[in-house]
Design a protein around this ligand. Structure first.
Ligand code: SAM
Ligand code: SF4
Length: 529
């Protein structure tokens, strides 16, 4: 989500004449797009801000901005604590960034000199608590929609793969999570806008699209309704979709469901050869969407569907709205529809787990290990619980699992996952897999000079395809990275005599000869692209 936000902001600023440089050290304006989901992400930003504060002492005209969830969560307090920050812009206000930046730059220019930092007015755009109150009207007056609609799409600035947002915000209020506060109420984008964006991307050469939403399968657009229709409520926890959710009764002219949207993109934009989506919520997945996935050859057999815990009591305290049994029912249902290894289309599932949530006992944790082993995730992101101010868990549930225990559980769950990931990866040895080639491998990038990035800011142009092509034309052979339909990572070397830059953004057959936990290694065996 943050990656897409950065891309949209970069596009907007490029169109206004801002030029991107390779490193924060060369920039006149440094913007940090931030995440608040866990404390260590915020700490990283604070340390970057500390570093840049030193530079600002000698360059007072430097403009520093904090964008995204940390700006929203900390608000003006962040500026009080870190006066180096000139601009604060929440994730729901990114369309206002050019105006804020323009004001900041002009103020600097007019003040000039050493006083600039101290005297300039700070620029802020935050949604505050208002957005949740006006949630039902948000669909009609969604200014942010303009940011997505104004997306600059050119044939040269992508690597063949792109994100498309379908839903903003979240209404789930899991007790540990800041997202409903920082990104606001759930708003679904009009399906015509989404299909049109996919078409424009495909016209520019994109062949892989990942649809984005915090609960992406929750997508449901009510046509002609700025406010929620009477009786056709948005599916919230404990309301519509309760129990054996299988079909949306209002599907049809008035409503575009997630299943309808998937089918429309698949059928109307066939140039997109891979369509996938993240992140799915286990509760709201109807058979209709699974059927569309099964019957649509260009929709990937991949689901990222976090469980968070294998214990019912912990899930309840997390306010996840499902039990372990219901989660497993969904996994079994998805496999019944989609797992077809015999025709080369296995269903691969990724997950997220939190360890050390308040009150998590040894038995609760053991249940998480059992769940992970039962589901057999392709990979699982495992997080130590991080108490986040403003969340229900922070206020109501003491963070009572000692950090050493969190660390130990984290290590044990990772080890259990590693065994499963190893087995899944090793089973691929000898197979020839279609791989979407995304670019140079991380190792290759590190070995090549001139690829500076501070990894947080918007100071880097973020144009991997072009960068990679430039790098590659100078190299005779290079290690490339790509992904399978099921999102397995594959590394392979460019064969002798091939122009390596031509491979990026294509789907090519790679024979797998070696496997490690998260990576397959292979060799290109032909070129059907
Ligand atoms: N919407 C997605 C869902 O519900 O599955 C997840 C979005 S969240 C930004 C990404 C992941 O961060 C979550 O799945 C969860 O595992 C983790 N996470 C969120 N808040 C956390 C916290 N306070 N401490 C540790 N991990 C957290
Ligand atoms: Fe956070 Fe839960 Fe929403 Fe995911 S579903 S973004 S974890 S509140």
């Amino acid at each position: 989500m943050n990656e897409l936000d950065s891309e949209l902001v970069s596009g907007q600023l490029s169109a206004l004449g801002y030029r991107f440089v390779a490193s924060a050290h060369e920039a006149d304006v440094v913007l940090y797009n931030t995440c608040s989901v866990r404390e260590n992400a915020e700490q990283k930003v604070r340390s970057r801000l500390g570093e840049i504060a030193q530079r600002k002492r000698s360059e007072p005209a430097l403009v520093v901005g904090v964008l995204g969830c940390m700006a929203e969560r900390d608000g003006p307090d962040l500026i009080r604590r870190m006066p180096v920050v000139d601009i604060l812009c929440g994730p729901s206000e990114l369309d206002r960034l050019p105006a804020l930046l323009d004001n900041a730059v002009r103020t600097r220019a007019s003040l000039g000199g050493e006083d600039a930092g101290a005297r300039s007015a700070k620029q802020t755009a935050l949604q505050g608590s208002a957005s949740r109150r006006t949630a039902t009207l948000a669909a009609a007056a969604d200014r942010l929609e303009l940011l997505d609609l104004s997306r600059a799409i050119s044939p040269t600035d992508h690597n063949g793969s792109a994100y498309v947002r379908i839903t903003r915000g979240c209404n789930k209020f899991c007790t540990y999570c800041v997202v409903p506060n920082t990104r606001g109420a759930e708003v679904h984008r009009p399906p015509d806008h989404i299909v049109d964006e996919c078409r424009r991307l495909a016209d520019a050469g994109v062949i892989e699209v990942t649809l984005l939403g915090q609960t992406v399968n929750h997508y449901r657009f009510e046509h002609g309704a700025a406010v929620t229709l009477r009786g056709v409520t948005q599916p919230q926890k404990g309301r519509a979709y309760r129990g054996g959710h299988r079909r949306d009764p209002y599907r049809g002219e008035r409503v575009t469901t997630f299943a309808d949207l998937l089918k429309r993109i698949h059928d109307e934009v066939p140039a997109i050869r891979r369509l996938r989506f993240v992140t799915s919520y286990p509760r709201d997945f109807g058979d209709d969407a699974l059927e569309v996935m099964r019957d649509s050859p260009r929709i990937c057999r991949y689901l990222h569907v976090p469980a968070q815990s294998g214990s019912d009591t912990v899930l309840q305290r997390m306010n996840r709205g499902y039990s372990v049994g219901e989660y497993l029912d969904f996994i079994d249902r998805a496999r019944a529809f989609l797992d077809e290894p015999e025709i080369g289309r296995p269903l691969l599932i990724a997950g997220d787990m939190i360890v050390g949530f308040p009150g998590e006992s040894d038995e609760d944790f053991d249940a998480s290990v059992r769940l992970l082993e039962r589901v057999r995730y392709k990979n699982c992101f495992i997080f130590k619980y991080s108490p986040r101010p403003g969340t229900a868990a922070y206020t109501r549930l003491p963070d009572d699992v000692p950090d050493a225990v969190k660390r130990e559980r984290n290590t044990r769950l990772l080890a259990a996952q590693q065994t499963i990931s190893d087995e899944i990866a090793r089973a691929q040895i000898g197979n020839t897999l279609d791989v979407f080639v995304g670019g140079l491998s991380v190792r290759e990038r590190k070995q090549r000079p001139g690829r500076a990035s501070d990894g947080v800011g918007l100071t880097v142009g973020g144009r991997p395809a072009q960068d990679d092509a430039d790098q590659i034309t100078r190299a005779s052979t290079a290690q490339m990275t790509g992904r399978t339909d099921g999102d397995l990572i594959v590394l392979f070397d460019t064969p002798d005599g091939r122009e390596p830059g031509d491979l990026i953004g294509r789907i090519l057959p790679v024979q797998i000869h070696q496997a490690s936990t998260l990576t397959l290694f292979g060799a290109l065996v032909g070129d059907r692209a």
